[in-house]
Write a protein that binds this ligand. Structure first.
Ligand SMILES: [Zn+2]
Length: 379
């Protein structure tokens, strides 16, 4: 039996070579399907799915590969080894909006909600925390690579109705936070430095997912997550549900997990490249605008940010009520509900889905500047 790491490293090299040197090779003749041979027994079922996609698209060029079989049928081996090979976009990756062939080998463990959160049904959402064993270039790009795997990232001809898998690479999220966000946070947020950062990032992520599960079934489905404005309102709702829930949570870590959730949004995701087209960036800017309007984020003389969460509790609650109503209108078939809400908050929307908003306040300009400096530093 082959070792996952050795086999996956060779597979990843084939994927990278196909992207760089053979993008017009036909699916059947590309290097990647040949490199699928000799896989460890533990991932043979995953390999078979990828292989089926390559065979189905046979004579088409790689750029026309559609990964329907993987998107519809991959199930993650919890407490085991996994491989996903598909044509997909890497959110936050080096080529925003660019679909490339990607391979990610990883181990996984089930992501369970903490007992301290109010109980919620998993609603058919299966979520795992993964550790990357080997991954293609877009994934491994330092400080920008992929941090999640969801079916909606894959290039498909027909979207799956349900989310058959969801994987979060917590180490990647933690590193991004430690390198790009934590240095901007004032020391008076001592809990963010005192609690293990990986645990806080995990709690912040789980709180956000808990927030998603408070929405309607339709909101959780892949087609809804793939429509930008519907996805934006779902993201906003998940953040607000999470923040309101954490505010009521008596655990000592709860305010720090809320701080991590907010800080990652406003200091990092709000400044992703092409923010007008990135769901996370739009939701993040919206949250930042809310915090600024209510003076719930301030800047110290030493240029560190301070979050005033106690002050934020009331307006976050009010905004959650508003966003819940928008989501309900949308579910009831009011297609323009989200655009109306966003436009009312100061967003300019073009083509029905591209959302522009420049934030001119000094704190926003400072955060944007810091994010661009970190972007330049890694370029
Ligand atoms: Zn989300």
């Amino acid at each position: 039996m082959n070792d996952l790491s050795t086999w996956a490293s060779a597979l990843v090299s084939a994927v990278d070579a196909d992207n760089l040197t053979h993008p017009e090779a036909c699916c059947r003749d590309a290097r990647t399907p040949h490199a699928l041979a000799g896989a460890p027994t533990a991932v043979l079922d995953h390999v078979a799915l990828a292989y089926e996609d390559f065979q189905r698209c046979g004579a088409l060029p790689l750029s026309r590969l559609r990964s329907d079989v993987v998107a519809h049928r991959l199930t993650v081996h919890e407490d085991g080894e996994n491989i996903l090979v598909a044509r997909m976009v890497v959110p936050g990756g080096p080529w925003p909006g660019h679909y490339g062939l990607e391979a990610v080998a990883f181990t996984a463990e089930r992501a369970a909600m903490p007992d301290a959160f109010p109980p919620c049904e998993d609603r058919g959402q299966v979520l795992a925390f993964g550790r990357i064993v080997a991954a293609s270039k877009a994934y491994t790009a330092r400080a920008s690579g992929g941090a999640v795997l969801f079916p909606e990232q894959l290039a498909v001809t027909a979207r799956p109705a349900r989310q058959s898998f969801g994987v979060v690479f917590l180490d990647r999220l933690t590193t991004l936070f430690r390198d790009r966000v934590l240095p901007l946070i004032d020391d008076r947020h001592e809990g963010m430095h005192a609690f293990p950062l990986r645990r806080l990032r995990q709690l912040a992520f789980l709180a956000h997912e808990w927030g998603h599960r408070q929405g309607s079934d339709a909101e959780l489905e892949v087609p809804a997550r793939s429509r930008r404005l519907a996805a934006v309102i779902a993201e906003l709702r998940a953040d607000l549900e999470a923040l309101v829930m954490l505010e009521a949570c008596s655990e000592a870590w709860a305010p720090w997990a809320a701080g991590v959730l907010i800080a990652d949004r406003i200091a990092r995701e709000a400044w992703l490249r092409r923010p007008q087209a990135q769901v996370d960036a739009i939701a993040a800017r919206h949250l930042l605008a809310l915090l600024l309007r209510h003076r719930a984020v301030t800047l110290t003389s030493g240029h560190r940010i301070v979050l005033h969460l106690d002050q934020a509790a009331v307006f976050l609650h009010e905004e959650l009520e508003m966003v819940r109503r928008v989501a309900e209108e949308l579910s009831a078939g009011e297609a323009g509900a989200v655009a109306r809400y966003l436009a009312g908050c100061g967003w300019a929307i073009t083509d029905g889905a591209t959302c522009y908003r420049e934030l001119e306040q000094p704190i926003a300009r400072y955060l944007g500047y810091q994010a661009s400096m970190k972007e330049t530093a890694r370029a």
